[in-house]
Design a protein around this ligand. Sequence first.
Ligand SMILES: [Zn+2]
Length: 335
Amino acid sequence: MNPTEPTKRPTDAAHLDDEPPSLPTELLNLPWIDGHNHAHTLSWDDRERYALSGCEGMVMVASGYHWTPYKPVEADDVRYLWDDAVNRRAAIEQNHFFTPRLGLGIHTGVRIENPDELLDAMDDYCALDEVVAVGETGVTPSQHAESWEVDEQRAVVQAQMEIADDHGLPVILHTPNRSGGSGGRSYRPRLGIPGYEKNTTLGQRPVITGENPALESVKIDVEAARDAGLDETRVVASHADQNNTDYLMRETDCYLSFTIGHSWLIGVDAADVADAIDEYGPERIMIDTDCANVLRTDPYAIKRAIFELYRYGIEPDAIRRVVLENPREVYGFSG
Ligand SMILES: [Zn+2]
């Protein structure tokens, strides 16, 4: 006990160890990259939150059916999403100083009427310097509004992988999740999921059935990558979870990106990332936020995870690898 303690009676502070634990203060200023978000759909203030919390770069993904108003969805609707992102990227960079890059793709969460038109156009988009990834895409067990047969989905996914391979780009997969975040309870029918803007009554019956459709989808994607000749180190399985981590780590060379910007929805958080690092090391692991305006999401999620990973026992070098070095390398951000 400190004999000069001025407090009237002993406080917690009087019982501290002589040697307090040393804290890695470098984490306060560790830059980070978000390899999968939809920040171009967020508010200006949300993008500023990325900058305020040390974001160095991000891959803004334009592909999702959430933003195409008409159902069924036509190729031109998706093309508009690509053009919107291309149109606004430089202004976003000038406003917020981090480096925004683009991922453009054909999402299979809804059937697209004439996907060949998009595939024909995609080559020219991939030649743009700011396009650093194809995606998000990947076979999905069930669609919104209109089903898409597995073989047709797979063909569209593989065709995108072939284009990515031609351009030396990685492909971002939106691997379907199995973990849930709402404690097992379901919500009133017709009200949908609070925090997720979509008409859930338009959900279609699954086109992949069986024990584990989510894992089955990822396996089809990996086969498609092999058939496309795309190196597995160029495949990033975003929304990794406990259901697919072992398969992806043990049987493929793909990267895993844990989505932690909406843990309330998919039940994945920094603890899952820490478990994966403990088990497999940090070499093929990343974190992304998937922040989007249609979801309750947290632009501070990666900054929070940096501290959370340390608290869970992960060393600063491994944290740096996961939040900065891996995404720098995979997406070609210059350090
Ligand atoms: Zn996304």
